[in-house]
Design a protein. Structure first.
Length: 118
């Protein structure tokens, strides 16, 4: 569960810096960078809260991942309507994010209640 949260944090951070134009040229989109940065920050806070409050880790992880999934679906919907980045890479990455978040939620559902258990 915590590994999924950590991985999701990394994915959203990478997406944000790519859309900020830091890693690659040709993909800048400031609104996408901001949204992905906010989602990434929520996931980081969720991960930290899971470590601080292990007895509530599942619910915290559900909340953080649910927020991330909702934000990602809004982004995917915007792309489908013609707003936002329109590259095939963006479309594929959004699909991968949705799948990753759904798998993360399933893993969280089956995880034990304590974040510190193996």
């Amino acid at each position: 569960m915590l590994l999924f949260l950590a991985g999701e944090c990394v994915l959203f951070a990478l997406a944000s810096v790519v859309h900020a134009g830091v890693l690659f040229a040709g993909y800048p989109h400031s609104r996408a960078a901001t949204a992905e940065g906010v989602i990434g920050a929520v996931l980081v806070l969720g991960l930290a809260a899971c470590l601080i409050l292990p007895s509530r880790a599942r619910w915290i992880a559900f909340g953080a991942q649910g927020f991330a999934l909702l934000g990602t679906l809004v982004g995917a919907f915007a792309i489908a309507l013609g707003f936002g980045p329109q590259t095939w890479e963006d479309k594929a990455f959004h699909a991968a994010l949705v799948i990753t978040l759904l798998v993360g939620i399933i893993v969280t559902r089956t995880a034990t209640t304590s974040a510190r258990e193996p």
